[in-house]
Design a protein around this ligand. Structure first.
Ligand SMILES: [Zn+2]
Length: 397
């Protein structure tokens, strides 16, 4: 079972490339979902798609309390983004004038989460026929990224099947030695400043939404945050206005707040709400007329939460890494595991292995060196959790 990943290394890489080249923007995952569903069906699993589009595959004689192995289908990129994979030695269309170095594969989404999907399929394949396969449930979720706001995972954990899971393992990060056991909470807002608008010369003096936005963004940028619990903010999208010589009718921004701590996140959120008012009032104080009330819409709300370091699942993940000579580190991130933890299911996010960087950017790349080791880690983890929980079940009888 463990040797298979090395033997299949080329096929796993080609599958990852094929998956990457099927565009899957958040909300438009169906084509990629079909590919994944077909691959799981070919393994003899029973595959279905739930109401939101998650792909769910289980063994014919599946456990009622499965261990879920998962990753997400969607990418942060839009439908217009080229996702053709540039191979070693080829001209790199994502970096002007550069050639792809030996061992590297470049394309947006090549790791996040094409590498995760390739890993789930490779592990499902390796486990076919083993006792573990009836304990495992394979899930490829929609809507993990950005504005998807964990839509697929939330839906899954609202279902009876999701809530009955013994554990949830999502393959969704790049660091081979890291266990994500802490879910970073996030709140996301779209903030719109609005005005009657007008001519930049003729109506000069009217409330200008761009200045209100700038005042608020500047004040947000002044906030100092603790290193621990790590807490961050970002203004990610800014847009609005019609033309250079008009007072905009609308200026809007998307803001992302994150924290390892639910309390810290709540405080930062309250501060942001005041800052949004501040931007409005400051611009109102400087101009006369034209102002409209800002509109604040919540576009994301991911719960913070932790699977404790001493829990069975995290301990098993540590043993699996140590068995492959990796020194485990516990880290925090925002993944589908947040939704599991919020539903009371122990959850971790594990690495897709190899080397990779620049996720969420067109400069993303992946190098499959040592990927097999990370696939063995996850397989060991599944075996370990299955055996332990099987022992627990029989000792309860
Ligand atoms: Zn991801």
């Amino acid at each position: 079972m463990f040797d298979q990943f090395d033997a299949d290394a080329d096929a796993i890489l080609e599958e990852q490339i094929a998956i990457c080249e099927i565009p899957a923007p958040t909300g438009q995952e169906a084509t990629r979902a079909t590919y994944v569903a077909n691959a799981l069906t070919a393994l003899g699993l029973r595959v279905h798609r739930d109401q939101v589009g998650n792909v769910i595959a289980r063994h014919e004689y599946a456990s009622d309390h499965p261990i879920v192995l998962s990753t997400h289908l969607d990418t942060v990129f839009g439908p217009e983004q080229c996702v053709t994979v540039a191979r070693p030695g080829q001209h790199n269309p994502y970096r002007e004038g550069e050639t792809v170095p030996a061992g590297e594969y470049h394309a947006p989404g090549i790791s996040d989460a094409a590498a995760g999907l390739a890993a789930v399929l490779a592990i499902a394949r390796a486990l076919q026929g083993s006792p573990v396969s009836s304990q495992a449930l394979y899930v490829a979720t929609v809507g993990e990224e950005g504005r998807g706001d964990l839509r697929g995972a939330r839906h899954f954990f609202d279902s009876e099947l999701g809530r009955s899971a013994r554990a949830f393992i999502t393959i969704d990060h790049s660091d081979p030695a890291a266990i994500v056991n802490s879910g970073i909470g996030s709140r996301r807002y779209n903030v719109q400043y609005r005005s009657r608008g007008g001519h930049s010369w003729g109506h000069f003096g009217r409330y200008n939404p761009a200045f209100a936005l700038a005042a608020a963004a500047d004040r947000l940028a002044d906030i100092r945050l603790p290193r621990s619990p790590r807490t961050t903010y970002n203004v990610g999208v800014v847009q609005g206005g019609e033309t250079v010589n008009a007072i905009p009718e609308l200026a809007e921004m998307d803001i992302d707040l994150r924290s390892e701590s639910a309390g810290q996140l709540e405080r930062l959120d309250q501060e942001l709400q005041q800052i949004i008012r501040y931007g409005h009032q400051r611009e109102q104080g400087r101009r006369s007329g034209g102002a409209q009330e800002p509109i604040v819409s919540k576009i994301g709300d991911r719960p913070a939460g932790v699977t404790p370091a001493e829990s069975d699942l995290v301990q098993a993940a540590k043993r699996a890494l140590e068995a492959e000579q990796l020194r485990p580190r516990l880290i925090a991130a925002s993944t589908d595991a947040n939704a599991a933890i919020a539903a009371g299911v122990p959850a971790v996010a594990m690495s897709w292995g190899g080397r990779s960087d620049n996720q969420h950017s067109v400069r993303e790349w992946f190098d499959p060196t040592d990927r097999s080791r990370s696939l063995r880690v996850i397989t060991r983890l599944l075996l370990d959790v299955t055996q332990r929980t099987a022992a627990q079940h029989s000792s309860l009888d």
